[in-house]
Ligand binder design. Structure first.
Ligand SMILES: Cc1ncc(COP(=O)(O)O)c(N)n1
Length: 507
């Protein structure tokens, strides 16, 4: 129990059989208890293999186990009302009656004298009828026979109760003969017209007829169980018996009207028709902000490995071997052509003129950058033609085509995330070198390459690219699955960047 525990609702117990089809028996009772905002408990006295079409087999729970269930719940939980349903046989009835007497709960007991299922299966053995009459009914506060059950209880021939007057007589007779305070004779089986149920109250000796419109429906499986469970729940809430019955009948009537199709035979009523669906909202995913910081922080250390790569560090200190750098420049010249294409693709996928212009600017920036490569190479005696004829490395093929594939198979955000390690990484790596006191700027032939990415123009492009991703992510509020996909793309391209510089160092 927590500090803020709400008040406990009244507890209501059903002593009945299980319906594997979920429409009658224990299952209907517990659903009904819940729909009445009560706390439902159960002692299962039999199992049925049953669906909406038939009862296929019945298995009796041993009487000792019935006793144990009842002792267990009565000894611990303060139960406000109980009901019985299918009771199967003499031994079951005896176990229930003995446990009831032993625990003497002093609470209302509603007895639904279930005998035969709507679909035809026997739910109470012939020889148990007398035990029901003689042993259980004297304990009952209220009993709910239908016409056939009333006839059996009164030992009358079948179809001898066929009018409302005969129902009134039968109700009075059952009340008096078995000492039951309230008898509800259910008139559902009377042909045509509205449904009339008759309530006899011993105390006042009055009979009351409760009339309700008949609902044409085949979804009537479990209506008897549901009615007696609703009465028990209402009694648990301290309603007067007649009110408890009136409200219970209304509940069943509306639950039939609200029924939805289940199975191929007599479907169940809709026990939950008055319940609203769960008010708990689906879990929301907090969109990480800044998202680009989240990507770096969740790259398993790859991001740091990338921006502090030995290739850049050696370039920063001027210790990089020239063949490695020339190889890199030639490959990066090819890379830039594809990177310009990915920016053109991003422009194609953009919505606004401003975004299209921004992406086109970066594509132009790639062209400018590649001229720097040509210039540096020509200083070392390498012609533009030689650069054009360079065979593209697998590291470049893998990296650039991976990004282009993201661009063609996915959307703008995923493409931008795939492109981002290149843009941001060069910007960050260059700033790292610029800020490092051991970096050599004077006389370092690689410095023009680094300073190009550290300068304001490139840093401004980085800032714009970052903002574009942040805006798209905040706008979309991605699901966790989408966040995971974007992160994977970011991590993959960061790893491909590392491979690109690795391959230059291997030359
Ligand atoms: C376990 C169990 N208990 C009661 C009933 C009666 O309900 P119905 O008369 O609607 O078939 C049943 N079919 N199964």
């Amino acid at each position: 129990m927590s500090v803020n525990s709400p008040a406990s609702p009244p507890a209501v117990l059903t002593i009945a059989g299980s319906d594997s089809g979920g429409g009658a028996g224990i299952q209907a009772d517990l659903k009904t208890f819940m729909a009445h905002a009560t706390y439902g408990l159960s002692a299962v006295v039999a199992l049925t293999a049953q669906n909406t079409q038939s009862v296929q087999s019945v298995f009796a729970v041993p009487p000792s186990m019935i006793s144990e269930q009842l002792d267990a719940v009565f000894s611990d939980i303060s139960i406000k009302a109980a009901k019985t349903g299918m009771l199967m046989d003499c031994a079951t009835i005896e176990a229930v009656v003995n446990a009831w007497k032993r625990n003497a709960p002093g609470i209302p007991l509603v007895v639904d004298p279930v005998m035969v299922a709507t679909s035809g299966g026997r739910l109470l053995k012939e020889d148990a009828i007398d035990a029901l009459r003689q042993k259980l009914l004297p304990l009952a506060t209220l009993v709910t026979p239908n016409l056939r059950e009333a006839e059996v209880l009164l030992d009358m021939p079948e179809h001898s109760i066929e009018t409302i007057e005969e129902m009134q007589v039968a109700g009075r007779e059952i009340g008096q003969r078995f000492g039951v305070p309230v008898v509800v004779v259910k008139g559902g089986h009377l042909a045509n017209g509205p449904i009339v149920d008759v309530v006899f109250e011993s105390k006042s000796q009055e009979t009351t007829c409760i009339e309700n419109p008949r609902v044409a429906s085949t979804s009537t499986h479990g209506t008897g169980c549901t009615l007696s469970a609703a009465i028990a729940a209402n009694l648990a809430k301290d309603m007067a018996p007649l009110d408890a019955v009136r409200y219970a009948i209304k509940y069943v009537n509306q639950a039939i009207q609200a029924a939805y199709p289940v199975g191929h035979g007599h479907g169940p009523v809709n026990h939950a028709y008055a319940l609203t669906s769960l008010a708990i909202p689906p879990p929301t995913v907090q969109t990480p902000y800044p998202f680009t910081a989240y990507l770096k922080a969740h790259s398993n250390g790859l991001w740091d490995k990338y921006i502090r790569h030995a290739f850049v560090r050696q370039a920063g200190t001027g210790t990089l071997r020239r063949p490695a750098f020339i190889y890199y420049l030639k490959q990066d010249y090819i890379y830039l052509k594809h990177y310009a294409r990915t920016n053109a693709l991003a422009a194609f996928k953009s919505d606004t003129m401003r975004e299209i212009g921004g992406m086109a600017d970066i594509a132009l920036g790639c062209a400018r950058e590649s001229e720097l490569h040509v210039k540096m190479c020509s200083d070392w005696g390498i012609s533009r033609e030689e650069m054009e004829n360079e065979q593209e490395s697998w590291a470049s093929v893998a990296y650039t085509r991976y990004i282009l594939d993201k661009g063609t198979s996915s959307d703008l955000l995923e493409l931008l995330v795939a492109m981002y390690p290149c843009l941001l990484g060069y910007g960050e790596a260059a700033v790292c070198q610029a800020e490092d006191p051991e970096t050599v700027t004077e006389g370092n032939e690689y410095w023009p390459w680094i300073s190009n990415y550290a300068d304001a123009h490139f840093q401004d492009a980085v800032r714009k690219g970052r903002q574009q991703i942040e805006d798209l992510v905040q706008q979309e509020q991605p699901s966790q699955a989408r966040l995971n996909r974007l992160l994977k793309t970011f991590v993959d391209t960061t790893a491909l960047e590392i491979k690109f510089w690795d391959s230059a160092l291997e030359v």
